[in-house]
Write a new protein. Structure first.
Length: 247
C-alpha cells in the first residue's frame, strides 16, 4: 500500500509511544501532524528531526480535557494540513485511583481524555476529512483484566475498546477502525526500567517489549485494508493470563 504523500494526525505524539509512531510513519513518507498539550519543546524537536530527515511535519497544541477540544483539534488540523488520511489516538493520562479513593473528577478527566476525545476526534475525522481512511486507537493489555490501582483509567480504556468495535461498524465501509494494546513496553512517567523488570513474570514470554514493536503493529493496521474492529495485543501474551490483582 503506497504511503508516501499521505498525512496522519497523532495525538500525544511529542513523547513516548506517540513519538515512536510519528517517527515510524514519517519513515514511510507520511506527513505528520504532531499534537501536544504541555510538551511544546519535545513536539518542536520531533518536528524538526522529521524535517531534517526529509519528511514533513507540523505541530498543534490542544487540551483534550476541554469539552469541544477534539472537534477544535480536528478542524484546525485540517486547516493546517489540507487533509488527513490517518488518525492515531495515542494521547492518554495514567493517574492513580482506586475503588476507595476515586472521585467524580477522576472519572471525568480520564473519560474525557482517554475515551471521549478519541470518539469525537474520530467522528469529526470521518465527517470533515475527505481523505479519511483509517483510525488506530491505543488501548492497554489490562483491559481484559483489572488494574485496581488505576480504576478510572482502566474503565476509560475499556470504554475506548468498546468504541473501537462500535465505530468500526458505524464507519464501514469507508473507514477502518482498529486498536493496539501494548503491555510491558515503557514504564509509567516517573518510573524506571526497574518497574518493567520487576513485572517480566506477568507475561508468558517473560520479556519486555519495544516501542518499535508497538509502532510496527500500528503501521500494520494502517496498511492492511482488510482489517477492521481488531485489537492487536503487543504484550508478550499478558492478555492470556487472566486476573493478576495488584500487578
Amino acid at each position: 500500500m503506497p504511503l508516501k504523500g499521505k498525512t496522519a494526525l497523532i495525538t500525544g505524539s511529542a513523547k513516548r509511544i506517540g513519538r515512536s509512531c510519528a517517527l515510524r510513519l514519517a519513515r514511510e513518507g507520511i506527513s505528520i501532524l504532531i499534537h501536544y498539550n504541555n510538551s511544546e519543546t519535545e513536539a518542536e524537536e520531533l518536528a524538526e528531526s522529521i524535517r531534517l530527515a526529509g519528511g514533513k511535519a507540523w505541530t498543534i497544541c490542544q487540551d483534550l480535557s476541554e469539552k469541544g477540544g477534539a472537534e477544535s483539534l480536528m478542524e484546525r488540523g485540517l486547516n493546517i494540513t489540507g487533509g488527513l488520511d490517518y488518525l492515531v489516538n495515542s494521547a492518554s493520562i495514567f493517574p492513580k485511583s482506586s475503588y476507595e479513593d476515586v472521585t467524580p473528577e477522576n472519572f471525568e478527566e480520564n473519560l474525557q481524555i482517554n475515551a471521549l476525545s478519541p470518539f469525537f476526534l474520530t467522528r469529526s475525522f470521518a465527517a470533515m476529512s475527505k481523505n479519511a481512511e483509517c483510525v488506530v486507537n491505543f488501548l492497554d493489555t489490562r483491559i481484559v483484566d483489572y488494574d485496581r490501582e488505576h480504576l478510572a483509567y482502566h474503565l476509560s480504556k475499556k470504554m475506548l475498546f468498546s468504541m473501537t468495535r462500535i465505530l468500526s461498524q458505524e464507519l464501514a465501509p469507508r473507514l477502518r477502525v482498529n486498536a493496539v494494546a501494548p503491555g510491558l513496553v515503557i514504564p509509567p512517567p516517573g518510573m524506571t526500567e526497574e518497574y518493567l523488570k520487576e513485572r517480566i513474570h506477568t507475561n508468558p514470554l517473560q520479556k519486555i517489549g519495544t516501542l518499535t514493536q508497538v509502532s510496527d503493529s500500528m503501521l500494520f493496521l494502517i496498511t492492511n485494508t482488510f482489517i477492521t474492529g481488531q485489537v492487536i495485543f503487543v504484550d508478550g501474551g499478558r492478555h492470556l493470563k487472566g486476573s493478576f490483582y495488584g500487578l
